[in-house]
Design a protein around this ligand. Structure first.
Ligand code: ATP
Ligand code: MG
Length: 414
């Protein structure tokens, strides 16, 4: 089975691209299911039809699902939450407040992501397309299984043993509600599912992440950061989708002259202004499209035009997919391999970036906060550093056999 996660900053077009991709996959003959982990569902808007909490078939080979977040939460967190609520109420927390505080931040989306495991187990689908919530949230969730594993291995057995021993003693001394076996069983199931989810998500033959962005400064910056983190957490990014590109392929150098034949002066002037406006947008996007190339290549970059209408309904979704992917089969793993790695070295770190197309040259680094610009000859690479590196000084940068190695010294303040 293939799993594709579409993520990116709010409003860039994740849901539209995910829906368009799913429809194209179904047209290609893959049994495809598309789900949204974003509580603010909009898949139904994209397909322009109502959806349900269970997958329903909406086209040949295509199923779509709008999860019932409360149900998902209850499934994975209900038992634990009942106990946490009892503890909160015991501590004097108001009942209604207790309901709210016992839902951990991110828990709702996490419970939705766990649906992937269920869909995988049904064996009914060739491809699962996931429309994720905006990046910040998703990233935190993708690291969660890693943290959970540590809990399972280290803390969980200890706690369970301790609770077993302490329960009778504690019961006699104070009446604080202690977790019963059903709570531990629920936590264990949650952890086991998380572990399986992680196994599916870090398997590069199964899961890849696709970054959706627009040619705009802040959007690209966030995507660069996500890209770096995904690499660190072992998730493979195999495609970048630049959405809302003004007339891809047009280089916007010469504003065509409108001779205004057959138009009134007023109409001709309005047409000129509209064209000027369109050209200004096109020109404004040019450096950002270049920045995207410099930041994400060799991961393949797909461009989708800014349409003159919303991307709603099958006709528009098909058009979006056709313009974005051309002849490419989006079910394929479109790029393999890590695009950067980070390893500890003498108290600091070494960041390696494979640059197979750059043979040799003097390496120049320019840093500003967490932005790092690498220039080698006329090749330029834009990186956004993970937070752990942004305070550390760069010690050396070298290009050897097509691999750039940047050494960050240890933080002397610590
Ligand atoms: N290439 C495009 N041309 C024209 N309109 C577009 C394009 N891509 C998306 N849209 C429209 O922009 C709006 C936002 O798109 P969409 O809902 O896919 O974004 P999103 O990233 O999922 O947003 P959110 O972060 O809120 O979930 C929708 O109305 C959609 O139809
Ligand atoms: Mg959306």
């Amino acid at each position: 089975m293939r799993i594709m996660l579409y993520t990116g900053k709010g409003g860039v077009g994740k849901t539209s691209v995910a829906a368009a991709t799913a429809l194209r996959l179904a047209d290609l003959g893959y049994r495809t299911v598309v789900i949204s982990t974003d509580a603010a569902h909009s898949l139904a808007d994209s397909f322009d039809r109502p959806l349900a909490p269970d997958p329903i078939q909406i086209a040949p080979n295509l199923w779509a699902q709008e999860l019932d977040i409360l149900h998902q939460m209850d499934l994975y967190w209900g038992t634990v939450q009942s106990w946490l609520k009892a503890v909160a109420i015991w501590q004097g927390v108001d009942r209604i407040v207790a309901d709210e505080v016992t839902v951990l931040p991110g828990m709702e989306e996490l419970a939705s992501l766990l649906q992937i495991v269920y869909l995988h187990d049904t064996g009914k689908y060739d491809v699962v397309v996931v429309d994720c919530a905006p990046t910040g949230e998703t990233l935190r969730l993708l690291t969660f299984p890693e943290v959970a594993r540590w809990w399972i291995e280290k803390i969980f057995p200890l706690q369970r043993k301790a609770a077993g021993v302490l329960r009778p003693v504690m019961r006699q001394v104070l009446d604080m509600p202690l977790p019963g076996d059903e709570v531990f069983a629920a936590i264990q199931k949650l952890f086991a599912d998380l572990e399986r989810m992680r196994a599916l998500l870090v398997d590069p033959e199964t899961t890849t992440v696709r970054l959706v962005m627009n040619p705009e400064k802040m959007v690209i910056k966030e995507a660069q950061r996500t890209f770096a983190y995904l690499n660190l957490f072992d998730y493979d990014t195999d495609a970048v989708i630049v959405n809302r590109v003004m007339a891809p392929g047009n280089d916007f150098t010469h504003l065509p002259d409108i001779d205004g034949d057959g138009m009134s002066d007023e109409t001709a002037e309005r047409v000129r202004q509209a064209l000027q406006h369109w050209y200004s947008w096109g020109q404004m996007q040019k450096p950002y499209l270049e920045l995207i190339e410099n930041s994400f290549a060799p991961v393949p970059i797909f461009r989708c035009p800014f349409f003159d209408q919303e991307v709603v309904g099958e006709t528009m979704l098909r058009q979006m997919a056709a313009q974005t992917y051309g002849d490419t089969d989006p079910a394929k793993v479109l790029y393999r391999g890590r695009t950067q790695t980070l390893e500890p070295l003498d108290g600091g770190f070494v960041l390696t970036v494979p640059l197979p197309m750059v043979v040799k040259g003097q390496v120049d680094l320019t840093r500003s906060g967490d932005d790092l610009v690498v220039r080698i000859g006329n090749h330029k690479r834009n990186l956004v550093l993970p937070r752990s590196l942004s305070g550390l000084p760069t010690k050396e940068a070298k290009l050897e056999a097509g691999v750039l190695r940047i050494v960050f010294a240890a933080d002397v303040k610590k």
